[in-house]
Design a binder for this molecule. Structure first.
Ligand code: NAP
Length: 255
């Protein structure tokens, strides 16, 4: 109904909520946010999740509730292979920071990447090989037709036994029942989830009481109003001046 609409601005890094609008007018550019402080916040989250797992904080917390003093040997970063799905603004930064911590880091994206110190796989044909070497799998993909439900029984069982999963991208990436099956069978050692198919997570959801799931309520990298406002103003000015807006997504690809 906005006849003069010349740009649609997402107030987040993702645009899936906009693309699923059935009334989306064709041909109007969609701009997303890109912000260094939000990228850094996501990397903090991913590092926290990975270190929480490798330093076995869940087990120490359980020991504490039993007043049990038990020294456990942590996993050492240099022996842990972290695989990152999505090597975009968020995935690449997290990969570089994990590498500085000493982890063996690999990544998977749509197009081939050459990043120093990072083993990179690309395309659907390389997915299984990538998964087979990820002791910790981190999902930082955009939600698209191709990535919807990508964390499912087939992909989760490709991970090495005892693998840990971190999903900080979108709830629809994960087939939640398949995660529960993989955890309960003992194939996966645990998961850290920031996003869910239904948010807020319903009270009856089995994730709430699962001992090997760490959860946060979609706060991995919150939109910062101070970052958003200047980008909206800048794009408004650019459209007025007849320039292309910044950070326009490819509607066909969906990100
Ligand atoms: P981005 O810069 O657009 O990067 C996306 C990455 O995913 C790219 O490396 C892309 O490959 C890869 N990719 C896309 N489709 C793929 C496919 N079918 N197969 C393999 N790789 C594929 O995105 P971003 O800024 O890093 O953000 C990623 C997502 O994080 C957002 O879309 C949003 O859903 C989520 N997010 C969550 C939070 C939170 O608080 N939980 C906050 C911000 C963002 P190419 O490089 O080859 O194109």
């Amino acid at each position: 109904k906005y006849q003069n609409l010349q740009c649609i601005a997402s107030l987040g890094f993702g645009v899936d909520h906009i693309l699923r609008d059935p009334d989306l007018p064709p041909g109007v550019p969609i701009a997303r946010l890109v912000d260094a402080s939000m990228i850094h916040a996501m990397s903090e989250y991913i590092l926290t999740a990975v270190l929480h797992h490798t330093r076995q904080f869940d087990l120490f917390q359980q020991d504490k509730s039993l007043k049990k003093w038990q020294a456990r040997r942590p996993l050492r970063a240099q022996n842990v292979r972290v695989g990152i799905m999505g090597l975009g603004h968020l995935g690449l930064d997290a990969a570089q920071k994990l590498r500085l911590m000493g982890f063996q880091v690999s990544g998977w994206s749509l197009t081939a990447k050459h990043v120093e110190g990072l083993t990179a796989w690309a395309g659907p044909e390389a997915l299984e090989e990538f998964l087979a070497q990820a002791d910790v799998l981190v999902c930082l993909l955009p939600l698209t037709r191709e990535t919807q439900g990508i964390l499912n029984s087939r992909t989760l069982t490709r991970l090495p036994a005892g693998a840990y999963v971190v999903n900080a991208a979108r709830g629809e990436h994960l087939v939640e029942e398949d995660l529960l099956t993989a955890l309960d069978s003992g194939h996966l050692s645990g998961a850290c989830l920031d996003v869910f198919r239904e948010e807020p997570l319903p009270e009856s959801h089995p994730f709430w009481n699962h001992p090997r799931i760490t959860m946060t309520p979609h706060i991995a990298s919150l939109t910062d109003p101070k970052a958003v406002a200047p980008q909206l103003v800048e794009n408004y000015r650019r459209v007025h001046a007849g320039l292309a807006p910044l950070h326009v997504i490819d509607i066909e690809k969906g990100y």
